[in-house]
Design a protein around this ligand. Structure first.
Ligand SMILES: NC(=O)c1ccc[n+]([C@@H]2O[C@H](COP(=O)([O-])OP(=O)(O)OC[C@H]3O[C@@H](n4cnc5c(N)ncnc54)[C@H](O)[C@@H]3O)[C@@H](O)[C@H]2O)c1
Length: 415
């Protein structure tokens, strides 16, 4: 089979690799010429895909900027970003632009699948009409389906193959084609009755996480007032073998999914005069968490008789998640901004994110950073760092990730 992938990012590239590894011919289109060039040279820019994985696939996986190549594919999968606008409404610009490009080359009999996370109705109401500018009708002249991506960057226990794949087609035949396509690379494909059900299933998964993270973040703030150790409480509750799922508090939510996706549903709900309160409340609590962390840092400095202004604060981990370099929507960015507003001298160490151009910062050497800091805040607990050493070396440590739970020290503050 010849398969086209539009958007070769965190979602599209691993998918392209999976199809190529399964022996299919894959052509990937991306709007970013740097990604095309990197792949042309066999260089990966995604942590989960080492260069060595790309090396044996050069014959079967090609990246291009030439959309015409999509016309010859039997299936085309769209994996472009679906962010929010400045006013926190869905921004479907990348999707509509990709669809308009595809419409120019669409061929009869092709299967088009949307993987980008979005609100229910996008595939049918937004994508289909643009593709139909080709003169072909969705559901009869070409097949159209939605299949949400469930990838979890940095995770190795579940892969594209072992994570069940959801598909919802515009027609039963569309779903069948999508099932065949994903059957090439996934052990289990679950067929839903409509694209809307598949679109909403993905949002439910992410809203579930957002709501539960907000719950523990709120409890962490309450525990601070009550003088109870939130981590001890969570560990105790997690011993229950049924009816409880563990979520940990932290500095807030980041990445391209959790801070964004719930608002796609809230937007759709508002169109129907429905106001989903769980979603808004969870977003509100999680978005307030970086400011709470800054307050904890300020209190810790105060105890040590230091003002925030002029203090040297080293943040450990700036990306949104341990083991990955993605800084999109990372709560660390807000923490840096708030600390700078208070006059702190902020630096950071992150082996996965070398640069923070927005703040004109570069990751500093850990040892040097620890030596110079008045306070170290563990914002994202990347692997490969000895947090016991950090607590010993730093004059004052604030841990927002619970990685120093087993350490007892006077100069240590835990969320
Ligand atoms: N990253 C995740 O963990 C994850 C997980 C599940 C779902 N998703 C969803 O998948 C979608 C893609 O996310 P991502 O993290 O891969 O984004 P990404 O930014 O890493 O990759 C998207 C790619 O699309 C390219 N692009 C944008 N417009 C284009 C166009 N018109 N034509 C061709 N290429 C274009 C960009 O240059 C970029 O390389 C989003 O809807 C996201 O919500 C992401």
């Amino acid at each position: 089979m010849k398969i086209g992938i539009v958007g070769l990012g965190y979602v599209g590239l691993p998918l392209a690799v999976s199809f190529a590894e399964a022996g299919q011919e894959v052509v990937g289109l991306d709007a970013d010429p740097r990604k095309i060039a990197a792949l042309g040279e066999g260089r990966s820019y995604i942590e989960d895909i080492p260069d060595a994985t790309l090396a044996p696939l050069t014959e079967r996986l090609r990246a291009t900027e030439d959309a015409a190549e999509l016309g010859a594919c039997e299936a085309v999968v769209i994996c472009v970003p679906t962010p929010l606008t400045g006013s926190r409404e869905p921004d479907l610009t990348f999707l509509t632009e990709a669809a308009a490009t595809l419409a120019e080359v669409l061929s009869p009999g092709q299967l088009v699948v949307l993987e980008s996370t979005t609100y229910p109705g996008t595939t049918r109401e937004r994508l289909a009409p643009i593709l139909e500018r080709s003169g072909l009708t969705a559901g009869s002249d070409f097949h159209l389906a939605f299949s949400p991506e469930r990838i979890d960057p940095g995770r190795t226990d579940y892969t594209v193959r072992t994570t069940p794949k959801l598909v919802g087609g515009l027609t039963a035949a569309c779903a069948e084609r999508a099932q065949e396509l994903y059957g090439l690379v996934c052990d289990e494909v679950v067929v839903l009755s409509t694209p809307e059900a598949a679109e909403l299933a993905k949002l439910l998964e992410n809203i579930f996480r957002s709501v539960n993270i907000a719950l523990v973040n709120e409890l962490a703030q309450l525990c601070d007032r009550l003088g109870i150790d939130i981590w001890e409480v969570i560990e105790a509750a997690a011993t229950k073998p049924f009816g409880f799922m563990r979520f940990d508090p932290g500095p807030g939510m980041g990445g391209h999914c959790l801070p964004v996706d719930p608002f796609y549903l809230a937007f759709k709900a508002r169109e129907h005069d429905f106001y989903p309160e769980f979603i808004e409340l969870a977003g509100k609590i999680n978005r307030a968490q970086p400011a709470y962390c800054v307050d904890r840092i300020a209190r810790a400095l105060n105890e040590a008789e230091m003002p925030v202004k002029g203090s040297k604060i080293l943040l450990l981990g700036i990306s949104y998640k341990a083991g990955v370099g993605d800084i999109r929507e990372s709560p660390a960015l807000e923490i840096v901004g708030l600390l700078r507003d208070l006059g702190a001298d902020v630096s950071y160490h992150d082996p996965f994110a070398e640069e923070l151009p927005e703040f004109d910062l570069r990751s500093v050497d850990l040892e040097e950073g620890l030596g110079a800091a008045d306070l170290v805040a563990i914002v994202t607990a990347h692997p490969g760092i000895d947090y016991g050493e950090v607590v010993s070396a730093a004059p004052l440590t604030v841990d927002f990730r619970g990685v120093t739970r087993k350490i007892e020290a006077q100069n240590l503050v835990q969320l």
